[in-house]
Design a protein around this ligand. Structure first.
Ligand SMILES: NC(=O)c1ccc[n+]([C@@H]2O[C@H](COP(=O)([O-])OP(=O)(O)OC[C@H]3O[C@@H](n4cnc5c(N)ncnc54)[C@H](O)[C@@H]3O)[C@@H](O)[C@H]2O)c1
Length: 180
């Protein structure tokens, strides 16, 4: 029977019980994984913390991907508590309201850049921060992840992830294609 007993899962992107990230965290927990979950800021914490407690999360930490240093602090805490990560879920997105509701052709450059930064570049930041911790998990149970691919396929570079419409998927699936 499928089990995640003892696996260490970082889940980024819980805002409420409707969040996709919450569903992932709940499913992982039901299969026996340990959880680390994040909340965006002080305003979000009262909504996220009760859900994290209900799930029995080991770690509940702040993460605003636009704030320098918060990814570093998150991974430092995980390093101290777990020493490794087996699973990372990135389930976050943001676009300024006026750009979200504008026609695509009216989207501002700044709004587009913000959306790409929060929704897409943060995936790359997450994997970079988790690199060493994922490697430690891989030593226990061999697997592939983005950072491994980056080293083993030197020609894989930035261009797929930089193509606008497909960038969220390209950041993930292009690497998955190569590892499969
Ligand atoms: N809901 C859908 O139908 C759907 C469909 C396709 C893709 N998605 C994608 O799934 C992901 C999750 O969406 P959801 O529906 O669960 O919505 P959601 O609003 O519950 O989750 C979005 C999360 O992004 C977080 N976030 C926003 N800005 C952030 C920042 N600066 N730093 C850290 N976290 C930040 C929010 O706090 C929230 O937890 C998103 O990437 C979304 O684009 C959703």
């Amino acid at each position: 029977m499928f089990s995640l007993a003892g696996k260490k899962a970082l889940v980024i992107g819980i805002a409420n019980s409707q969040s996709i990230a919450y569903g992932c965290a709940k499913a992982f927990r039901e299969q026996g994984a340990n959880l680390a979950v994040t909340y965006l800021n002080e305003k979000a914490e009262p909504f996220v913390r009760p859900l994290a407690e209900e799930l029995g999360a080991d770690l509940v930490l702040p993460l605003d991907v636009t704030k320098d240093g918060q990814f570093g602090a998150l991974f430092d805490s995980i390093r101290q508590h777990w020493g490794r990560i087996d699973i990372c879920v990135h389930s976050i997105a943001f676009c300024p309201r006026e750009d979200l509701h504008a026609r695509v052709m009216d989207c501002s450059r700044a709004g587009f850049a913000t959306a790409m930064d929060v929704s897409v570049y943060s995936f790359i930041s997450m994997v970079r921060g988790a690199d060493e911790l994922l490697e430690r998990a891989a030593e226990r149970a061999p697997t592939h992840h983005l950072a491994t691919v980056d080293r083993s396929v030197p020609t894989l570079r930035f261009s797929p992830a930089a193509k606008p419409r497909t960038s969220p998927e390209a950041s993930t699936t292009s690497t998955a294609d190569i590892t499969s």
